[in-house]
Design a binder for this molecule. Structure first.
Ligand code: TYD
Length: 198
């Protein structure tokens, strides 16, 4: 199974990815826990350029995230799935559709198409989208903000709207969760959904 977690910064998706990984490992399954941007040596270097470098124009940003993803799928995700492991990924192509397609205004379809080409069409089996009011998400951010986290509320609102549109378009794949609920309760929902649907 290929499972991804999505949501605005501050939505708690990383915590949920970690809780699911721990639970699957406790069942004795092989789990590859990974994240984007990153997950490979090239990807981590791209991550640094994107999050801690200077100005990046929207198209360069979209292409760099897609480049990191292409490497990640080829080096890590596809081989893991082929040997029967679970892959739990903190962000994947829906992040690009939401942030670059919606937030930067490049267009949902354009960015999805670019990314599907970059990953040879590989979509997750299940995506958990942690939905939270964008203003609330901002208050949950840590003290030190990276380049994307420094964007304004309008950017976050556009990314949030794009996430909701993706969920409406792909109801079979994307499961929406209320990120304001306690982490343990969300973890139960995640695990329960996977047991029912897998
Ligand atoms: P993330 O790893 O969630 O940040 P953190 O380490 O702070 O938890 O993601 C880094 C940022 O990159 C985040 O603001 C969202 C953004 N992002 C995109 O804009 N497009 C993408 O395709 C991805 C994967 C991330």
């Amino acid at each position: 199974m290929f499972v991804t977690f999505e949501g605005l910064d501050g939505s708690g998706k990383t915590t949920q990815a970690q809780l699911l990984t721990a639970r699957l490992e406790a069942e004795g399954r092989e789990v590859v826990a990974t994240r984007e941007p990153g997950g490979t040596e090239l990807g981590e270097r791209i991550r640094d350029l994107l999050l801690h470098g200077g100005h990046v124009v929207p198209w360069a940003e979209a292409l760099l995230y897609a480049a990191s993803r292409a490497q990640h799928v080829d080096e890590v995700i596809r081989p893991a799935l082929e040997r029967g492991a679970w892959v739990v990924c903190d962000r994947y192509l829906d992040s690009s559709a939401a942030y670059q397609g919606g937030g930067r205004g490049l267009g949902l379809d354009t960015v999805l198409e670019l990314n599907l080409a970059a990953v040879g069409g590989l979509l997750p089996d299940r995506t958990f989208l942690l939905l939270l009011d964008p203003a609330e998400a901002r208050t949950r951010l840590p003290g030190e903000h990276d380049r994307l986290e420094r964007e304004d509320d309008r950017f976050r609102a556009r990314a949030d709207a794009a996430y909701r549109e993706l969920a409406a378009r792909f109801p079979e794949r994307i499961v929406c969760l209320d990120a304001s609920l306690p982490a343990e309760r969300l973890a139960e929902e995640v695990y329960g959904t996977l047991r029912v649907r897998s």
